[in-house]
Design a protein around this ligand. Structure first.
Ligand code: GTP
Ligand code: NAG
Ligand code: NAG
Ligand code: NAG
Length: 442
């Protein structure tokens, strides 16, 4: 076949080239979205932050192998820390660590580093929760790519003392190989999200065991420089998991508008799903969004997140075979009288072929190369999540943070928890415990 099929939507067309409509609309989605501010004046400070005095910047990074969705979780912990610092009177701003070099983002030869948060999330929405700046804004405000102090977080070499867990934090010698090295001028060089010109003035290791706010006194008193970066920030735990503060930050992590538009258009076109009919109307200003639990109906399709790759390489007993998954999918479609199924998956080409053979009617979001260049792997993942979040019934994969983020999105949209907190069972799994319902707190 001479032309690219943009979306493999077997139910609508098999080998015809009806792609141009979608091709245009993805460009249109990018073009249509101007950074309009939907928040009323009280919610967000739009005054140039740099004008303030004694401003301090918190930067952070995460262990390189961690994926997109765990990183989103670490953002919540860091936002919580900044809120604590600000409550204590410090004028702190959170610097958004550019996306890139993620292990899973391997789509061929497109450059997927130095991606600003604005490509994936609505910055004005984040701003309404806690002051944030993109990394390049930090460089501009800071007068150069210099970070005063990097603190590499680590556990305690000796583990828990007296076999007891207690909160503690101490400056300690680094015990892992340091990922920073001194240059000729005495500055520290490192990954820094792919910004080679970035340098740190000082790097030290800190053993930390505790919640994110354990850092607050240390940042206020021990390291009084302007910019401090926490590396291996995932070492710090959530202050309160799934409490009001957690949910405020989570709700503020609104996907970038162009990605939502593309997802919505796809739903309308291939899944007969619109917000008005499905009762999933989204408020552009998240601070005003409060859907009643059970109020969302969702589009007439089953949403599926089927995590493969490293989840099957380890032969985990809580992950199904493809055959097992298809059996569950067909049962659920019958049970909920749904004729369509949307599948989000990271399955490889072989497995996809197998899946398509067993489930010829499945609907997938499969961008062309050109679209992928615009959206990047992260954008495609978000669109997959957005579509799964609007399904009448959702089933995900056991302990996948990708699935967890879909649970949260559905919680925000107001779905009945019964339609959300579901997962596949392994073929031979005896006790198939279903995911926990984390109720939204306003
Ligand atoms: N587009 C798309 N990408 C997926 C899907 N499942 C996994 N991925 C990709 O694989 C990556 C791994 O999943 P993540 O959840 O981000 O990684 P993680 O934080 O290690 O989380 P889990 O491994 O799922 O617990 C995602 O970031 C995506 O890039 C999917 O259904 N659709
Ligand atoms: C911070 O300073 C206090 C008081 O000087 C000291 O006791 C503590 O060990 C320091 N903590 C860290 C993590 O540097
Ligand atoms: C680097 O930081 C450590 C720990 O705070 C401090 O003891 C040391 O003096 C700093 N070095 C420089 C060159 O500022
Ligand atoms: C889409 O859904 C509406 C409302 O449920 C229904 O009336 C219509 O027939 C559906 N259209 C298609 C093409 O299935």
């Amino acid at each position: 076949m001479a032309c690219t099929v943009f979306y493999i939507v077997a139910i609508y067309f098999s080998s015809t080239c009806s792609f141009s409509v979608f091709f245009l609309s993805i460009f249109a989605a990018f073009a249509a979205v101007k950074s309009e501010n939907v928040f009323s004046a009280g919610h967000t400070s739009t005054a140039p932050i740099a004008a303030a005095r004694d401003l301090r910047y918190l930067l952070y990074d995460v262990n390189p192998p961690e994926g997109f969705n765990l990183r989103r979780d670490v953002y919540i912990r860091m936002a919580s820390l900044v809120k604590t610092l600000r409550k204590e009177g410090g004028d702190w701003v959170l610097v958004l660590p550019p996306w890139g070099r993620l292990y899973h983002w391997q789509s061929s030869d497109i450059d997927q580093t130095r991606i600003p948060w604005g490509e994936f999330f609505s910055i004005t929405s984040l701003q309404a929760n806690v002051p944030v700046v993109e990394y390049e804004e930090f460089i501009a405000e800071n007068g150069g790519p210099f970070i005063d102090q990097v603190l590499v977080l680590q556990n305690y070499a000796e583990g828990w003392t007296n076999g007891k867990w207690e909160e503690k934090i101490d400056e300690r010698p680094c015990f892992d190989k340091l990922m920073y090295s001194k240059d000729k001028q005495g500055y520290y060089r490192g990954w820094f999200w792919g910004y080679e010109e970035t340098r740190a003035r000082n790097v030290t290791c800190v053993s930390a065991q505790g919640h994110a706010s354990i850092m607050a006194p240390v940042l206020q008193r021990n390291y009084t420089v302007t910019s401090v970066m926490l590396d291996r920030a995932e070492t710090l735990l959530h202050d309160v998991y799934a409490g009001k503060d957690y949910w405020d930050t989570r709700r503020s992590m609104v996907f970038a508008k162009h990605l939502r538009l593309i997802g919505d258009e796809f739903r309308a076109k291939y899944l007969n799903s619109t917000d008005d009919r499905d009762l999933t109307v989204y408020r552009e200003d998240w601070t005003r969004m409060k859907a009643k639990p059970g109020s969302a109906k969702g589009g007439p399709y089953l949403g599926v997140h089927l995590r493969r790759k490293d989840f099957i390489w380890g032969h985990r007993e809580d992950v199904p075979s493809l055959k097992g998954a298809v059996k569950t999918i067909l049962n659920l479609m019958k049970k909920h009288m749904l004729e369509k199924v949307f599948i989000a998956t990271d399955a490889d080409g072989e497995e996809l072929k197998e899946l398509k053979a067993m489930l010829p009617r499945m609907v997938r979001f499969e961008p062309s190369r050109e679209d992928l260049e615009l959206l990047k792997d992260g954008g495609v993942a978000i669109i997959d999540q957005w579509i799964c979040s609007h399904a009448r019934f959702f089933i995900g994969t056991s302990v996948s943070t990708f699935s967890f983020r879909i649970h949260e999105e559905r919680e925000i949209l107001g779905f009945d928890p019964k339609t959300t907190y579901n997962r596949f069972c392994g073929d031979a799994e005896k006790e198939c415990e279903q995911p926990t319902h984390w109720k939204i707190v306003y």
